[in-house]
Design a binder for this molecule. Structure first.
Ligand code: CTP
Length: 401
């Protein structure tokens, strides 16, 4: 499955370093060419000889050791690998990655590479939950670093909690999944809408909603990872644009409508994750509205329903809608799927804890017009996005190698 793929496995200094031997061995058995870079700390836990023997390649530890071939080795490795996996990734290494410190071979390769990076954190649960570590992980995620685990369970320090490195079999599965699907949507054009539209009342006020844009941005990232040429039509948010995704910034539902309709004929798939205001104030006052001491009446007029319009005009495009509901989730969502003529609907109960607006996680159901339904457990929005992407690939008739 991994024949022809080059993978760099980085090992940092935690007790889980002994499990890196199994990771390397599994990757080799699947046909990958494996290179290993260890921190000095890692060599205290597992001998370089073990990883050299299993990978059948020299192991890199020192920055200034005699080169094995005539090239700048950390740059050569950084440029030629298909993926970098750090397992285990200690809190210290994650912190160095987050700020860009390059003070040994592994951290230098991590800064020099443009290959996709995976990290499998492993540490004591208090260190994992420390806000420094959590913020570092968040920073890395926004730079498209993929975080695997950690698991919950017995820890080497004698306690129970989150922070155990994911099992090697799981880590390798995720890597295989990525490396075999990275070309899945190559040649396809995708458009994602994200964020909550803002409908101006006057020069300083607007009607808005609680959408953070995170789900739409994660979907754009997942589509791009699979090789799709991806456009994000985004309402205002502070989120960074995912790597190699083109963003078209809009504010109102009408602007989103115009941008989406212009792009629609060229698209293979359109995903409407944005929370679009159904109404806008009839008047947008040219000056700030002054308080009068009496009730203020604002007349609202309907906005275009972008998704419904696309459902009417679509030809070959795959159209995916979202249903943010606060009651009767599945019944309302099924009704929306039919009314808007979509090929797939993501139903989202926004009242559930850890779900919907502003949250980093989501628990959704995928509904299809043929009655098929997939209920996903609560997971990170990027993981939801990757599941969604794989379903879309299925609807487009492309499957993994
Ligand atoms: N949508 C849209 N244009 C609108 C309103 C919604 O394109 N003016 C899209 C959203 O992007 C989403 C889907 O329609 O993909 C459903 O949005 P939602 O707010 O849940 O549904 P509404 O159509 O607004 O229906 P209702 O308010 O009756 O729940």
């Amino acid at each position: 499955m991994l024949r022809g793929k080059k993978i760099l496995v980085g090992v940092s200094g935690g007790i889980a370093a002994y499990k890196s031997a199994e990771v390397v061995s599994r990757l080799r058995k699947l046909g990958a060419e494996v290179h290993v870079a260890m921190t000095k700390g890692a060599t205290e836990f597992i001998a370089p000889l073990t990883l050299r023997t299993l990978s059948m390649n020299p192991v890199h530890v020192e920055m200034f050791e005699e080169p094995k071939r005539w090239n700048v080795e950390h740059i050569a490795l950084a440029e030629h690998v298909d993926a970098v996996l750090v397992a285990p990734a200690t809190a210290n290494l994650l912190a160095k990655m987050a700020v860009g410190i390059a003070d040994d071979f592994l951290s230098t390769v991590l800064l020099a590479t443009r290959a996709p990076i995976f990290v499998a954190p492993a540490m004591n649960h208090a260190m994992f939950h420390h806000s420094a570590t959590q913020q570092n992980l968040e920073t890395l995620r926004t730079r498209s670093v993929r975080v695997i685990g950690p698991d919950t369970g017995f820890q080497a320090c004698g306690t129970d909690g989150d922070g155990r490195m994911s099992e090697p079999v799981e880590i390798v599965k995720i890597l295989v999944d990525f490396l075999t699907s990275s070309k899945l949507l190559e040649g396809k054009k995708a458009l994602v809408t994200a964020g909550g539209t803002q409908e101006p009342l006057d020069p300083v006020r607007y009607l808005g909603n609680r959408s953070s844009g995170r789900m739409g941005y994660a979907i754009a990232q997942a589509l791009q990872e699979a090789g799709a040429e991806t456009i994000l039509v985004s309402a205002p948010t502070d989120l960074p644009v995912p790597h190699e995704v083109k963003r078209i910034s809009v504010m109102t539902a009408q602007e989103m409508h115009d941008a989406v309709l212009e792009q629609f004929p060229k698209m293979d798939v359109v995903i409407k994750a944005a929370a679009v205001a159904d109404y806008r104030p009839k008047e947008n006052a040219s000056q700030k509205i002054k308080k009068q001491g009496t009730s203020l009446w604002v007349e609202l007029v309907p906005n275009p329903d972008i998704l419904a319009e696309l459902g009417k005009i679509k030809s070959t495009q795959i159209l995916v809608g979202f249903a943010a509901e606060t009651e009767n989730l599945i019944a309302n969502a099924q009704d929306k799927m039919r009314r808007k003529n979509v090929d797939m609907l993501v139903a989202n109960d926004v009242t559930r804890p850890g779900s919907g607006f502003g949250s980093f996680t989501n628990s959704v159901s995928f509904l299809f017009p043929d009655g098929r339904r997939i209920d996903l457990p609560q997971m990170n929005k990027l993981e939801v996005a990757r599941h969604l992407r794989d379903e879309i690939a299925g609807l487009l008739g492309v499957t993994k190698e």
